[in-house]
Each structure stands twice: as structure tokens, then as C-alpha cells.
Design a protein around this ligand. Sequence first.
Ligand SMILES: [Zn+2]
Length: 300
Amino acid sequence: MRHSPDTDARLERPPPARPPIIDAHTHVVPADVANARGRRRQADLWFRRLYRDDRRTLATADDLRRGMRRSGVQVSVAFGFAWRDPGMCRANNDYVLDAARAAGGRIVPFCVAPPGDLDFAAAELQRCRALGAVGVGELFPDGQGWNLADRSGVTAFVNLVRDLGLILSLHTSEPLGHAYPGKDGTTPAALWPLLEAAEGAVPIILAHWGGGLAFYELMPEVHQLTRNVFYDSSASHLLYRPGIYRQMQALAPGRVLFGSDYPLVRQSRALRLARSAGLPDDALADLLGGNAARAGLGVP
Ligand SMILES: [Zn+2]
């Protein structure tokens, strides 16, 4: 059979380059935390609330790498648990940084610190930055006792993050709807002082689609302060109907990130849900990795 010149050209043309699949939201803890969580439950109130049930999985970096192989996720942003205790933050940060080094760029390390403890946070963020941390988070304001209404404290912390060139990832919650273990007071209204302090100069990833903040981006003065705000899809299936992917794409084009919240959900399942949300091909590619790569979360 003879090909027309047109067909030949099509056959020779390489397929369009697809950005890598990047999961912007995974948690890993050292094996001793994953296997013996009892002691940590005593030490951290929100860890106790979230992991009271032994069926709620914790994962090590090895588990994450296995999950990535199985699902086809090429890069994962990884963080520990947002401990309130500085020593536990530090130990978890060391673990994440080691895991990132071992993964040769496929794990992008973020670090945690209690943001209200400014002296410790300054030293720890600086230390982690020097060891390769790309961001700070997923911070957990209620769990870590961080009062977002304290404008001077919030400004000092945001300046620290900006001066170190880090990306900030934050747990958020919806102001209404059903209760669940991680639901806290980090609602769009509570986030506002943080957005004002950041003045659009710090890349901020709001987890769990940002608790509804994106709707208010339709107000010009809100949009003015959210141009550097990204929204990740972590735990989407527990919170929203699948239509959320299209709505968020419309509200914040270029700023929606695929995030699983692994090990709360397997990456393969989170990917399946994102792919079946009915997004056009280009928007899906942006969600699954293009936007994250542009935000600095890809392989360096
Ligand atoms: Zn979260």
C-alpha cells in the first residue's frame, strides 16, 4: 500500500511532547512513624485525630516510589506530616530530603515547620533550602497552632518564604459541608491575611482545591492577589463531584495542579479520576504536569 505524502509526513512527525505527570501532593514518613504511630499520637493532637484509625495508611518513601512506578507518575512533590513539634518536623524533613536525593529528581522535597515558631522556622527553612528543599508545606494552620489572623506573624513568615525562594503549600478547608477528620478553620476568609501579606510575590499552593477561594477570584481585587496561587486536587473524590475539575479549570486556568494526597488515595486511582473528569486534552495535560512544571515543580 502506498502512503500519500500527507500520511508519510504524519507518520514521520514525532508525537507532541507531553509534560511529565507530576503529583503535587504526597506525604511520606520514616518507617518508625509508619509502623509505630502510637507514640506520635500521644505527642501530636492533630496526628492523633487524623491517624486514630489504624486503617488510615501512612507511607514511606519506598512505598511512594512503588506507587509512582505502578501509576506512571513521574515526579512527586513529597512532604512529611505538618507536626507541631519542631524536633518531629526536623526528623521528617531529613527523611524527605534523603528520599529526594535517592530518587534523583523524581521526588521534589518540601519541608515542614510550625510557622508560628518564627525562630525555629527561619533556621529550619534555611537549613532545608540548603539541602535542596523546593518548598515548605503542606502546612496545617490549625494542627500547628498557626494563627492566620496574626498579621505581623503571618507577614514575617511569608517574607521568610519569599526571601528563600520557596513555594508554600497549605492545607485548606471548606467553610461548610460535611465534617471529616482533617477539616479545620483554614477557609477562604481565614486565608485572606496570608494572601494580603504575600502580595502575589510568593507561589502558594492551596491544597484540596483551596476550600472554595477560586470562586472569589471573579472579584478583581481577589484575583489581583491570587495570580500566584495554585490549587491542587488532593482528596478531591472525598469532597466534590467530578465536575470540580472543569469548574476549577475555568476559574483558575494555568493554576490547577494534579495532587493525590497519597497515601490517602493511591496515585493510580487519583489519576483515573482526573482523567475521567472530561477535561479537554490540553487542559488535562496542564493539570497533570504542565502547570506544575511551569510552577517549578518539575525535574530540574
Ligand atoms: Zn491537606
